[in-house]
Design a protein around this ligand. Structure first.
Ligand code: NAP
Length: 287
């Protein structure tokens, strides 16, 4: 129940209409009996500074950040965690006495299903070099990967991606490659992560790998698709047909949200409630 004492959380972005975060967080807040509500907060690109000044004025406790503000919010924060600095993006912000603090919980989210399976990983192959790929690359190094190979379709963007990590510990581990290097790279990889939107609804018949490339996937490798709808994606179907272990993006979504909620509420998040609320919302969306 929303009362005069209810505290505010939310997600900023544009668009935010399709975000599943309000469903997941409000289910969690209700299960905890926490006197909070989590709102979608549409903020245009050119009104970000004004918006967060307004949030401070009304005492918003914290918020998630999505496209197009994940990088742009960084200079407006008074403190940024090391992981968020390494990734170059913030997805979770909370109020402190000094101002707004920010971090990136996508790495925690990405790693959670790999850690719970104690997946060994020597060589990771990352398809795509956009925003989510940055969290994946940082996560792979935390996982102890010895090699992280990133494949993209624009050499110029790949070079920018690589040089953006120059100050981190990554450069010896990280290499970037054009898409046509995949036949040589796939057989060496024990973790292959799709960070492209290829295969996402409504293009559900698409895969970042054609069948000939899917035949190059190594036996025993893990295929991880950050996409959570549909599930399984065509990429994961190809991997399953070749006997590989597969992971979809739902658990990453749940766990990045749980990590954010734990920062705001300073108590454990009801992960199962969050997972179920998302599964229900996704199944309603597909019906
Ligand atoms: P993004 O910043 O736009 O990056 C997308 C990347 O995919 C870019 O490198 C882009 O290449 C590449 N790409 C796009 N279409 C391609 C195609 N047809 N062939 C090859 N490469 C292609 O997007 P993002 O924020 O990283 O998100 C990527 C995906 O991850 C989305 O499906 C998103 O839903 C998912 N995601 C899931 C979670 C989760 O919690 N499960 C979290 C974050 C993201 P160019 O740079 O050359 O355009």
């Amino acid at each position: 129940m929303i009362t005069g004492t209810t505290k505010l959380l939310g997600v900023i972005g544009q668009p935010v209409e399709h975000s599943l975060s309000p469903v997941m967080h409000n289910a969690a807040l209700a299960a905890l009996g926490a006197d909070f509500v989590y709102l979608p907060l549409p903020v245009p690109r050119d009104r970000l500074r004004e918006a967060i000044q307004g949030f401070a004025a009304i005492g918003l406790r914290g918020f998630n950040v999505t496209i197009p503000h994940k990088q742009e919010i960084m200079p407006l924060l008074s403190e940024i965690s090391e992981v968020a600095q390494a990734v170059g993006a913030v997805n979770t912000v909370w109020a402190t006495e000094l101002g707004w603090s920010g971090t990136n919980t996508d790495i925690t989210g990405f790693l959670a299903p790999l850690r719970s399976r104690q997946c060994p990983c020597h060589t990771a192959l990352v398809l795509g070099n956009g925003g989510a790929a940055r969290a994946v690359v940082a996560g792979c190094t935390q996982l102890g990967c010895q090699k992280v190979q990133v494949v993209g379709r624009s050499l110029e963007k790949l070079e920018r991606f690589q040089s953006s990590w120059q100050k981190s510990l990554l450069p010896p581990l990280l290499s970037v490659h054009a898409w046509d290097a995949l036949p040589a790279l796939l057989p060496q990889a024990d973790l292959v992560v799709n960070t492209t939107p290829v295969g996402m609804s409504p293009q559900t018949n698409a895969s970042p790998l054609d069948d000939a490339l899917a035949d190059c996937l190594a036996q025993g490798a893990i295929a991880y698709d950050l996409i959570y709808t549909p599930s399984p994606t065509r990429f994961l179907q190809q991997a399953t047909a070749r006997g590989l272990t597969t992971l979809d993006g739902l658990e990453m979504l749940v766990q990045q949200g749980a990590a954010a909620l734990e920062i705001w509420l300073e108590q454990p998040a009801p992960v199962e409630v969050m997972r179920r609320s998302l599964q229900q919302a996704l199944s309603l969306g597909q019906s």
